[in-house]
Write a protein that binds this ligand. Structure first.
Ligand SMILES: [Zn+2]
Length: 149
């Protein structure tokens, strides 16, 4: 299995698949500092959030579901029949909320994967997936529900 980690010094992302023992000290290929592999946060490589997670995420962003009429209401009053989880809505509702709270969002698009890094000071969470939409929703999910470091 591929093991992608984040360097605690430079926040760079590198492949540590060939480093089996997490207790060893390694040299970061990006900043060349010596780091403990055990201090490196591992990057999520799952594909999609579950329906339950998406619902929870939308609620954290201020969406409300009106049971009687069966629609979702966005914080700006806009109504949705279906769960509005497409990329446009993540950018429209979730990203501004995070930026407002002082987070920085960094999107890295590579040939075979997209990584979204969200951080505020030393707090850092990532989401990795093929599509930006999934990577972004994972990263946001990790910020809201991930355990603090
Ligand atoms: Zn580094």
């Amino acid at each position: 299995m591929k093991k992608i980690v984040i360097c605690p010094h430079c926040k760079g992302v590198f492949d540590a698949s060939n480093l089996y023992d997490s207790r060893i000290r390694v040299q970061c290929p990006l900043c060349e500092d010596w780091i403990w592999l055990v201090d490196c946060q591992e990057v999520h490589n799952t594909n999609k959030l579950t329906q339950e997670q998406l619902i929870s995420l939308l609620q954290e962003c201020g969406f409300q579901f009106y049971v009687a009429s069966g629609y979702w209401r966005a914080p700006d009053g806009k109504r949705f029949k279906e769960l509005p989880t497409d990329l446009n809505n993540l950018f429209k509702y979730a990203v501004p909320k995070l930026l407002q709270e002082g987070y920085k969002i960094d999107i890295r698009i590579r040939k075979d994967e997209t990584m979204v890094v969200i951080n505020k000071g030393d707090f850092l969470r990532t989401g990795t997936a093929l599509k930006l939409e999934s990577a972004l929703s994972w990263a946001i999910w990790e910020v809201i529900h991930g355990n603090p470091i």
